[in-house]
Design a protein around this ligand. Structure first.
Ligand code: PML
Length: 246
């Protein structure tokens, strides 16, 4: 049996989070992965790298398939996102109000949440802490280098690599119906809506220059929240192959 290790890096500059990454790797690659992560942020005044042996790893055969929807206007893009979510049983009024929150800062202090909102189809917020939210961790591609090379060659970005892995783990959970995401980087306007089987990558899902962003996980009404937290935070997954790209 191969042994796997999770390597998590986070860095801050003037007490602000500026970079974070996670890799799952085998023992022989720990050194090189740490070196890569060390070089990731150009400037920082604090960096933490944590290496932890994974007691049990599970495999997902393929990532979600990527479908790209090109738009020029974020309002139209969000109408399309709401339509996709409606097809998954998420009522329009629920998705619309959550999406508005994400675009304006979903944390109670009006800033960005650190993790995702969890919302059921009644529109109830289920995350335990509305400013921390929930962070999906412990997921990677088995051959990250190959996946990254393929995606970059086809015009996707490093952010797509991370977001696709994360969304694939999320949608692998039976109670997660869909995920909506926009970046908190003001100039990164491409976002996505993930549903079972598909990652709809939507250009211009947010207004250029908006520093607000975040994720919404839409779940079934009877979701066991403790079990969902345990799955998203503690279960470790490696994704074997990329799904279809379009
Ligand atoms: C994409 O380019 O496929 C969308 C990625 C969204 C990333 C969100 C983030 O990095 O916070």
């Amino acid at each position: 049996m191969r042994e796997y290790y999770s390597i998590k890096m986070r860095a801050t500059l003037e007490e602000k989070h500026i970079s974070g990454a996670e890799r799952i790797t085998t023992k022989d690659k720990i050194n090189s992965v740490i070196t890569q992560l060390l070089e990731r942020p150009s400037y920082y005044d604090f960096m933490n790298i944590k290496v932890q042996k994974i007691s049990e790893i599970q495999f997902i055969e393929k990532s979600l398939n990527i479908k790209t929807i090109k738009t020029n206007d974020y309002q139209h893009a969000n109408q399309l996102a709401i339509e996709i979510l409606k097809n998954q049983g998420i009522p329009q009024e629920v998705s619309t109000s959550c999406i508005n929150l994400i675009h304006h800062g979903a944390s109670p202090d009006g800033g960005n949440m650190r993790g995702a909102m969890i919302v059921n189809i009644e529109g109830e917020r289920l995350e335990k802490d509305k400013s921390r939210g929930i962070r999906t961790v412990n997921v990677d591609f088995e051959d990250r280098e190959k996946v990254t090379k393929t995606l970059l060659e086809k015009g996707y970005t490093e952010r797509t690599v991370d977001a696709l892995a994360l969304a694939t783990k999320n949608l692998n959970h039976p109670d997660i119906l869909a995920e909506y995401c926009i970046s908190d980087q003001p100039d990164y306007t491409t976002g996505y809506v993930a549903v079972k089987g598909f990652y709809y990558r939507i250009t211009h899902l947010k207004k250029y220059g908006n520093p607000k962003g975040g994720r919404i996980y839409f779940v079934k009404n009877n979701t066991d929240i403790e079990k969902l937290y345990e799955y998203l935070q503690s279960k470790a997954f490696l994704i074997k192959e990329l799904g279809d790209l379009e």
